[in-house]
Design a protein around this ligand. Structure first.
Ligand code: SF4
Length: 472
């Protein structure tokens, strides 16, 4: 997770655009937020703990002058949720500062950290992102390399997943790892060029989303002269698309439904998941109820396919964010209690099909089933628009920390045992093949440019495309 944005504005005042762009990415992380700009002479920064609204309230944007900048919203996956780890992370190249915003996880952090420390680099944060800053710093010592060359050399040493934006004086770099595991898109309009985690940021900014940034691709944006340049990191630019392993869980949960990636909207893939879910597991029922918001579109696709009424029986307060991305279980549960309420009259005496995107820790589904029972639902049939989440993600979601909390892992993927624990009358997870088909050809019949084998599904299959080491 994490949301990143980098932008260049011909008209200056880029922070005024990064701010709403960052707000549109808030669902990707809400622990902290930061914006750094460069005005041609010096950097301006504002970063703090909290949401975009909290950090940039009042007059915070006024001090962020300049036409080049990057921003970040954080969901911690490496290093604790603490002030020193707020991104963008600062680095130094031949005594000139630069800043990095990162979405993803480096998988060889410990070795690289030890290597950099042995060469005299002193780490100021516990993030994996600072490893890239350290490598760039070390490349700058005594050599004649340009910043760009040092950046490319450093990226070649890094394993794992990343979409990254870097601000170095008046230049913004955007780069994606060889598997393009995490999204990064490019858009432009009204003198603004933007790299962002999701296309929704382009919509919010009133500019045109033009395309996704591909595996190993390096996009370079500058204010003076204004230009966009493309390059590649790595040695396999020609066949790089073959190595693509885009995170399939982005389509299941992370992407905003109105965001587009690989030519299709997340909403359309989710409706297709719902359709296939019903085909795989029909049941006699009266109504289809989504768990808002993450289950909305799969439930709507399922209800259409089933010919059953789609009933919004749960009210979701939009003043509470996604509970899944709260870093602490206790806060997740409290957040859920504030977030969800039921309208009992809509479910009393009914056979209910309840739809959600996934069951990770089971916090949400257990609470929802308890509320339905209390409201008098006659039967509760749980339908999940992704397979059993049996393996921790090491590429950008914090489930490796809670691997023993994954309900599917605890039960060895045994669906009947999971059903019994959550207290449902029936339970079905969409098959992995069904999920891949849904992402490959979405509800609106848009076909993916990539094959089904070019999607990461490690959390469902246990097949990790980038070797991982057991982390502490
Ligand atoms: S393991 Fe799952 S959540 Fe992690 S990158 Fe792969 S598909 Fe996405």
């Amino acid at each position: 997770m994490c949301g990143i944005i980098g932008a260049i504005s011909e008209n200056g005042g880029v922070a005024q655009d990064i701010y709403p762009g960052l707000w549109s990415l808030q669902h990707r992380g809400k622990e902290s937020a930061g914006i750094i700009t460069y005005d041609g002479q010096k950097y301006h920064k504002k970063k703090d703990m909290g949401t975009v609204e909290v950090v940039f309230g009042n007059d915070a944007l006024l001090g962020l002058a300049g036409g080049a900048g990057i921003g970040h919203v954080r969901y911690s996956t490496t290093g604790p949720n603490s002030a020193e780890n707020i991104q963008p992370v600062e680095g130094s190249f031949r005594s000139i500062p630069f800043w990095i915003g990162h979405n993803g996880n480096f998988t060889n952090t410990e070795e690289l950290r030890a290597e950099c420390e042995s060469k005299g680099y002193y780490f100021k944060t516990t993030t994996d992102t600072e490893v890239l800053a350290a490598l760039i710093f070390l490349h700058g010592l005594g050599g004649q390399k340009s910043f760009e060359y040092a950046l490319k050399l450093s990226l070649k040493k890094i394993e794992g997943t990343y979409s990254i934006v870097v601000l170095y004086k008046n230049t913004v770099y955007g780069v994606v790892d060889p598997t393009a595991n995490r999204p990064l898109v490019y858009g432009e309009g009204r003198g603004l060029r933007v790299l962002a985690s999701e296309s929704a940021a382009c919509d919010v900014l009133g500019i045109k989303y033009l395309r996704d940034v591909g595996p190993c691709e390096l996009i370079i944006l500058q204010t003076t002269p204004t230009y966009l340049q493309r390059d590649h990191i790595g040695d396999h630019a020609d066949d790089s698309s073959l190595k693509q392993k885009f995170c399939i869980f982005e389509y299941v949960y992370f992407l905003r439904p109105d965001s587009k990636f690989d030519g299709r909207r997340a909403q359309s893939t989710r409706e297709e998941m719902g359709k296939r879910l019903w085909k795989e597991s029909p049941v006699s029922a009266d109504i289809v109820v989504p768990i808002p918001d993450s289950g909305n579109f799969a439930a709507s696709g399922l209800a259409t396919e089933a010919g059953l009424p789609f009933v919004m029986a749960f009210f979701r307060s939009h003043y509470v964010g996604r509970t899944f991305i709260e870093p602490i279980q206790e806060r997740r549960e409290k957040g859920l209690r504030i977030k969800l309420n039921i309208i009992p009259e809509l479910v009393a005496g009914k056979r209910v099909v309840i739809v959600d995107d996934s069951i990770v820790r089971s916090t949400v589904i257990k609470k929802v089933i308890a509320m339905l029972r209390e409201a008098g639902a006659k039967e509760i049939h749980v339908r999940i628009s992704s397979p059993s989440y049996t393996h921790p993600c090491h590429y950008g979601i914090d489930t490796y920390r809670v691997k023993n909390e994954l309900i599917a892992k605890r039960h060895g993927g045994n669906s009947e045992a999971i059903r019994e624990e959550i207290g449902a009358d029936s339970l079905h997870h969409l098959s992995l093949e069904g999920l891949k088909e849904s992402v490959w050809v979405s509800r609106d019949k848009t076909v993916s440019r990539f094959g089904k084998e070019q999607m990461c599904d490690a959390c469902f299959s246990g097949t990790y495309h980038i070797p991982i080491k057991e982390r502490k």
